[in-house]
Structure formats: C-alpha cells, structure tokens
Design a protein around this ligand. Structure first.
Ligand code: ADP
Ligand code: MG
Length: 280
C-alpha cells in the first residue's frame, strides 16, 4: 500500500519532469481493447487482440494486408460483435453496443471507402451525419421536433465553421460527387468532427490521396489532435505513419505483434518479416 502510493507519486513526478504537453493526462486511456476475437467461418480475423489508446495521442494501427486492422475497427466501433473480448471507451464498457451508441460515448470513425454522396452538395453531405451513425436525431424527430429544428440550426452553423476550418468552404455548394478523392477525405474528416469525438478512428485516411492533399490531410489531423482529439488511424503509407503517429501498434494475423515508437517498430525484425510474409 505504502509502496504503491510511493510509486504513484513517482509516476506523477516523472510525467511533470518530462514536461510533455499531455502530462496532465498521461496514462489516461481513452480506448481500451481487451482480448478481442472475431471469427469468419474458420478464419480468425481478430485473435486475442489487446491494446490501449492513450488520451492525446495519434496512435497508428498498422500491419500487412489481411492482418485484421479493419476488423478491429469494426469491432471497436460496434459494426461487428466480438466473439470474445471487451471494448472500453473512457472507462465505459461499450462491448456489443450499436455503432450509434458507441458514437454517443465519443468514438467516431471514418471509412476506408467513403460512402457515396449522390445528389448532395458538400454542405448537405456534412449534415447527414456519419455513415450508419444516426445517433438520436431520428427518434428525436418524433419526440421533440422543436429540439430537432434547433439542433439542425446549430449543426448547420457547426458545419459551416468546420468547412472553413478544413479550408473546404469553397466547395460547400459543389455536388459532393464532383470533388476529388482527397477532398472527399477532408469532408469525411470535417463531418466526423461535427460529432465532437473524444476519439476519432480513421481507416486509411491517406489511401488514394494525391501527395499535396496528403500533406494537407496530415496537417489537419495534427491540428485536430493538438486541439484535443485523440486519434487512432489505420494506415498503409509508412511515411504518413512515421511523421504523424506515436505510438504505433502492429497487428499481424489478428494479434498485436508489438507496439512502440515509430522508430522502434520500424527497426523491429519481426515487423519487417510480418510485412514480407503478408505481401503488403
Ligand atoms: P486488414 O484491414 O488488416 O487488411 P481485415 O480486417 O480486412 O484486414 O481482414 C482480416 C481477415 O479477415 C482477412 O483474411 C479478411 O479476408 C477476413 N475478413 C474480414 N472481414 C470479413 C468478413 N466480413 N467476412 C469474412 N471474412 C472477413
Ligand atoms: Mg483494411
């Protein structure tokens, strides 16, 4: 007991001494993934996967093709139900909840392939809410229509502010299908921020994005993070990961192979082997 107390005090002192920007929150876990398992037929896509995402970080989840990264995202965000294991957001057990319920606990995700936005302007696309995360607005239409009108007005103002923040306000009246892939990713990101997430999950944000917009996207993610949003991103582009993320969690065959700083992970022979074996 006394020993524990002494250790705790030491830990706090060490954090203060390090002077890290997030020192007050060091050790604060936003997302805890414990022993997640998911089978598809005979194939084990997630196999006892465990890792934590610390508040204030940009954490990357990497690994070869088929390692189970998207499966873990789907499990964590409520799109798949795990066969075993547990997911906690901000200390709350969200295992088995619906995506919109997980979103209500502050976990918002984007998708590897942004959904189709036919017949909508960029501004309208901002207002339809994250994909399959309707939240409570639909129900509220029946129970509290006045509140919905007020909420819509607020959403519109927030959407305008976010479009400006992401420097895509000039696209607001354009058909959402007419903008580039990179711009679509920025719209997705802006829309995800409308929900004011505690933690934002990004599935391959840089995939299929031209180099200029990729730099822009990285800068925007960094800006969100500095403003207080914790990020967990799946990414294939190692350069993107190295410049943006710390720590890096490496998934291989459904399990966490190793985790650490980008430098440590890159220098790890097992990681190199996993990538060669996975043919990524
Ligand atoms: P990653 O995102 O790391 O490339 P995935 O999570 O997409 O990997 O896939 C992990 C493994 O699980 C792959 O072998 C994939 O074919 C399989 N898998 C993923 N989702 C499904 C599904 N809905 N049904 C069947 N198999 C799936
Ligand atoms: Mg994937």
């Amino acid at each position: 007991m006394t020993d524990d107390a002494a250790r705790d005090t030491d830990a706090v002192d060490a954090d203060d001494a390090a002077g890290a920007s997030a020192s007050a929150d060091a050790g604060d876990i936003v997302l805890r993934v414990e022993n997640l398992r998911k089978e598809f037929g005979g194939l084990v896509a997630a196999d006892d996967a465990s890792f934590d995402v610390e508040r204030g970080t940009i954490t990357a989840l990497i690994g070869p093709n088929g390692a189970g990264k998207s499966t873990v995202f789907n499990l964590v965000s409520g799109f798949y139900e795990p066969d075993a294991g547990r997911v906690e957001v901000d200390g709350v057990d969200v295992t088995g909840l619906e995506p919109y319920e997980v979103a209500d606990h502050g976990l918002i995700r984007t998708f590897q392939t942004p959904r189709k936005l036919e017949g909508m302007t960029v501004r309208e696309a901002m207002l339809v809410g994250p994909q399959d995360q309707p939240g409570e607005s639909f129900l509220a239409l029946f129970t509290a229509p006045g509140d919905v009108a007020a909420a819509e007005k607020r959403n519109l103002a927030d959407a305008e502010r976010l479009l400006a923040e992401f420097e895509i306000d000039h696209l607001a009246t354009q058909p959402a299908t007419d903008i580039s892939g990179g711009q679509t990713k920025l719209v997705e990101l802006a829309r995800a921020m409308l929900a004011e997430p505690e933690i934002l999950l990004l599935d391959e944000p840089a995939a299929g994005v031209n180099p200029t917009l990729r730099t822009e996207l990285a800068a925007q993610i960094r800006r969100l993070n500095e403003a207080g949003t914790t990020c967990l991103l799946i990414e294939h582009d190692m350069e993107f990961v190295m410049e943006l993320a710390d720590p890096v969690v490496v998934l291989d065959q459904g399990s966490v192979l190793t985790q650490g700083s980008p430098e440590a992970v890159r220098a790890d022979d097992r990681v190199v082997e996993a990538y060669l074996g996975g043919g990524a």
